[in-house]
Design a protein around this ligand. Structure first.
Ligand code: PLP
Length: 425
């Protein structure tokens, strides 16, 4: 095979002449829907598009209630606050995730407890969860990371045993399914993001899902300045007597989404099942190729993952089998061959520059004790470290919207780097 692209050889894919599928995806249906909103003058809030999207997303996820909001960070905050989590409470979450999973716990004045992940799935390790439980533990926030799923059977068993809330962070898992149940329908609340990078997107946006009426009405109020929910369910319309009709019944803020976002999401949701199926078929095929290559391996696909959804295609790298080639070099070489960035995982939260609780004493120094508790450096996360520093290779999910030949090309690129590893050192 010819010289590595990183060393001046010809790349296996020239992304300029042969671009990857584009993300996001839209067509005249979105254009029409956006114009409809524009011309209606109803741009926000509780409008017909948002109402329709909430209904469709609840159906899609198999829950009673879906409540849209501004992004997937405030949805986590709404979930935590609705569950009554605050001062003195501990919330267990994986050390390998986007900073919002922990930052929202902090903003609820509770203590984020960072635990390690499983070697083979990069998702929260149920054994580590159990070991971290104290009398102060109130909730677990599993994150279904990349192409993996947290072991929801174990998480739910532990939660039940210790009477804990489970808030699923589903920012990577729209449409994914565990044992026939959709992500976001298993725990007490599911939280989703519609940020541009996610595989269901309106640029920004988020939604919470739940079967619990009391949580639903609180979350609805939290995103809408504390207002009495409208049309959440028949129970509300009949006046279930859970709150006063007069004024606010709950202290809330403005975390609302716009009708423009909802209009895009209604169309995007129609495309999602087929897109997920294509990505899953390509993901499974590419993983089957990785199994046969030296020095790389797929993330574990549990039998109970009945439908997969991908935010990034991620796999594991083993430097020793690559003659000691540092992972940074491998990622660079792969990027050069395939014409799309191959990057690392999230930084472990005990080392993540964007998760910096000690930078805001006026808000977070509730007491000396709390200040010490929220120091992320007190947690040891050896598996998260290994994933980030040694193992993780992540590529945008749009590669999975390509063809089988594209998957073959990625595998060929890995093999090419393997065969030329010495030249990179
Ligand atoms: C994207 C993401 C969020 C936050 O969502 P935003 O819409 O960007 O605020 C939370 N958790 C995880 C795991 C994410 O990937």
């Amino acid at each position: 095979m010819n010289k590595l692209a990183l060393l001046g050889g010809t790349a296996l894919r020239d992304a300029k002449s042969n671009p990857w599928p584009q993300w996001p995806v839209w067509d005249e249906k979105e254009e029409k829907a956006l114009l409809e909103v524009l011309n209606s003058g109803v741009w926000s809030y509780n409008g017909p598009k948002e109402t329709e999207f909430n209904k469709k997303f609840a159906e899609f996820t198999g829950v009673k209630y879906a409540i849209s909001a501004a992004n997937g960070t405030v949805t986590l905050q709404m979930a935590l606050e609705a569950c009554g989590i605050g001062v003195g409470d501990e919330v267990i979450l994986p050390g390998l995730t986007w900073q919002a999973t922990a930052a929202t716990v902090l903003d609820a004045n509770a203590t984020p407890i960072l635990v390690d992940v499983c070697e083979d799935t990069w998702c929260i390790d149920p054994k580590a969860v159990e070991a971290a439980i104290t009398p102060r533990t109130k909730a677990i926030v599993p994150v279904h990371l990349y192409g993996g799923f947290a072991d929801m059977d174990e998480i739910m068993r532990i939660a039940k045993k210790h009477n804990l809330f489970v808030i699923e962070d589903c920012a990577h898992k729209h449409g994914g399914e565990w044992d026939g149940k959709k992500a976001g329908s298993i725990g007490d609340v599911g939280s989703f993001s519609f940020q541009l990078s996610k595989h269901l997107t309106a640029g920004e946006g988020g939604v919470v899902t739940t079967n619990n009426f009391e949580l639903a009405e609180k979350m609805d109020a939290l995103r809408n300045c504390g207002r009495r929910p409208e049309g959440l369910s028949d129970e509300v319309d009949k006046g279930a007597g859970l709150y006063s009709d007069q004024g606010n019944f709950y202290q809330g803020g403005n975390f609302r989404m716009t009708e423009f976002q909802a209009a895009i999401l209604i169309e995007a949701l129609k495309r999602l099942p087929e897109q997920n199926e294509n990505r899953d078929a390509n993901g499974m095929y590419l993983n089957s190729l990785l199994v046969d290559l030296p020095g790389v391996s797929p993330l574990k696909r549990d039998k109970r993952e009945t439908k997969e959804a991908y935010f990034n295609f991620a796999f594991r790298y083993n430097k020793d089998e690559f003659k000691g080639l540092p992972i940074e070099k491998f990622r660079e070489a792969l990027t050069a061959e395939i014409g799309i960035p191959a990057v690392g995982s999230y930084e472990p939260l005990n080392k993540c520059s964007l998760y910096a609780p000690h930078t805001k004493p006026s808000k977070h120094k509730l007491s000396e004790k709390y200040w010490t508790e929220i120091d992320p450096k007190r947690f040891e996360l050896p598996v998260c470290d290994k994933v980030y520093f040694e193992e993780s290779v992540c590529i945008h999910h749009k590669v999975l919207m390509g063809t089988k030949a594209d998957m073959d090309m990625i595998a060929t690129a890995i093999e090419k780097i393997y065969n030329h590893a010495e030249e990179l050192m």
